[in-house]
Ligand binder design. Sequence first.
Ligand SMILES: Nc1ncnc2c1ncn2[C@@H]1O[C@H](COP(=O)(O)OP(=O)(O)OP(=O)(O)O)[C@@H](O)[C@H]1O
Length: 227
Amino acid sequence: MSQQSVIKFSNVTVSFDHRPVLDNIDFTLENGEFAYLIGQTGAGKSSFLRLIYRDLLPDSGRVQVADLDITSLPDKKVPYLRRRLGIVFQDFQLLPDRSVYDNVAFSLQVTGEKKSYIKQRVVEVLGMVGLSHKRKNMPNDLSGGEKQRVVIARALANEPRIMLADEPTGNLDPEASASIMELLKQINNRGMAVLMVTHDYDTVKQYPYRTLKLENGKIGDIAMDEL
Ligand SMILES: Nc1ncnc2c1ncn2[C@@H]1O[C@H](COP(=O)(O)OP(=O)(O)OP(=O)(O)O)[C@@H](O)[C@H]1O
């Protein structure tokens, strides 16, 4: 894999019940690149993401993420891989009985970071997502957009090189969606690669980046006017 790419699929095939969902796919995400992944329901977008965080192995082909070969990665190294990825999914997956601060701190505690570093880093990432003033609140006290910001702060805490976002604006109103997109844009401008699955074509048009479409098991770049 070149120094420039952070994700590389080579001849990747995934089948369910003998039907290929991903059919001999090649794909590269460059370091610091922002890309959308679109496609109809059932096109294979979630399966595509699952390959990247090693929740699914391909039937054939090779998947490389950062400098790791996912296809030959021992199970015990999977947590190490996942710490290199910031994962932001639609159902917010926050711990409901912990404060905003503790939800973010938790992701650093599991990696065994020092207490003083955790405190500094949590304050830093909550500042980045504009939620310093909500650090003592519980997730249920927050709006949908604010919850999504906490999820993003948590994903940023380990300083990943790649952010995977599965419909991060899916459940949000237009204003909250725009603020999440501004945040992802800002994160990308700091050099992090972002791969975002979305059905939200308005957002794609408003924030134009490279757009890939999954269709009939194949992936290809598409232009804005083809949306
Ligand atoms: N574990 C599985 N066993 C059998 N079939 C599966 C499995 N996982 C996914 N599929 C099938 O593979 C296809 C692609 O599913 P996937 O969830 O990747 O699509 P998607 O593009 O993410 O869809 P959506 O937009 O609805 O989330 C679907 O037809 C789905 O039913």
